[in-house]
Design a binder for this molecule. Sequence first.
Ligand code: AMP
Ligand code: MG
Length: 521
Amino acid sequence: MKFELQDTFTKALPQDPILENSRRQVSGACFSLVAPKKTAQPELIHTSKEMASELGIPDEELKSTSFLEVFTGNKVGENSRPYAMCYGGHQFGNWAGQLGDGRAINLGEKVQNNKRWTLQLKGAGETPYSRTADGLAVLRSSIREYLCSEAMFHLGVPTTRALSIALTGDQVLRDVLYNGNPDYEKGAIVTRVAPSFLRFGNYEIFSSRQDYKTLTTLVDYTIKELFPEIENTNKEGYIQLFKTVAQRTLAMIIHWQRVGFVHGVMNTDNMSILGLTIDYGPYGWLEGYDDNWTPNTTDRQHKRYRYGNQPNIGLWNLYQLANALYPLIEEAEPFEEILEQYKKDYALKYLEMMKAKIGLYSNDENDAELLGTLEENLQLIETDMTLFFRNLNLISKNDSTEKALSKIEIAFYTIAEFKEDTLEKWKAWFNLYLKRLQQEHLNDAERVVKMNTTNPKYVLRNYMAQMAIDKADEKDYSLVDELYMLLKKPYDEQPEFEKWFVKRPEWARNKVGCSMLSCSS
Ligand code: AMP
Ligand code: MG
């Protein structure tokens, strides 16, 4: 396979002079060269044709031995100089020091149609940043990352992508529940793709070490290579960079709120400088709409990364990035202004997004209140977010309150719990909503077309990913493929896949992998 890689990252940035692959603190360098680990018996499970075509890889290449070898780390391409990045991060609110690519190995950059893509193997063995872990990934978490990152792309959410998923043939020991019962699982590697995998933590690490020279080099590189619209690499340019990152971060989080995605570990080492969703670990999808829900069992107590707190955490993380960049600017005011603007923009954009979810495109002074009440109502009894919003497309402006309510009834999990009081609240809401719809200029059919581009019909529900994992464990990859195909068109009706437009089944309510996820991956 001919694969021209041309790397700007390793060329422009300082390299760790030590070539030995030993775990250590790395200073004054943005990356360490490291070779992927050879795998016992690599076997490709699935490839993303869409991503491959973006990269200019023809279909037949995907089945070639050299593709398999390169994307499982068994062969290093001619012009590839694999490396792991040095970064730090704030984890659960505390500075954690050096983290880095502990199990991600970057192969290089491919330019195709004027776009630059970094290719990265996740789970390809240890690096100087592996700390106490093994540098590997298991099939379970790899399927979750592979399917979800491509699904998010097709949902229109900014995200890193995936090119392929392969088994390594090696066994990997994991304690899924962190309860002292480790077990062997199948090892796997996902090839991830993004214009860059730089995170907030890449900047924080140099700032924390007062290595402003490397910090400046990295920031200048970021502007030149990744933000070409910013003209200067001076204070003005740095402020513009921070402003753009803040805007992109907010835009990404608004999308998460729209589709009901909960990242689960919004540490600053998992925040992309490009505003891409990155590092699919113990993420989850809202089934019952619930501001307080977090899929991550590690976060069960404080729920720092709960659904309703994601926009706040985005802001908190931006404060950390601001602190990291401050030494290059030495003025607090421009940062404060941008952070203030984030709050204002959030309020406006969130309202606009939620209005679009219920098909409101004009303005009324009571819209915020109408949506506030809706969010309260959605949490009265367990109500499926995806089904509720999607089925609003069945409602006509001229429906009676009862008729409208009956159209979203399938979204309620426990209709038995439906008290008189709850019913009254819903009726009151639909009454106001139907009146409000009358003010819209669009007719029902026009409104539905627009709503259907905002409210997905199909998302990767937690139990769906788990079903694909259970089958894949038995060497049956049909469900990986089925979900992949389904999630390529999340806004389309796809009647042949209607079986996935349902509430979470009862068996999945408290099942590990479906409602309970840990960072073990
Ligand atoms: P995460 O919570 O997955 O974002 O990971 C936090 C840090 O731990 C990053 O520096 C990862 O590279 C590292 N890490 C996670 N899992 C492993 C592993 N199995 N081996 C080595 N490093 C890991
Ligand atoms: Mg991470």
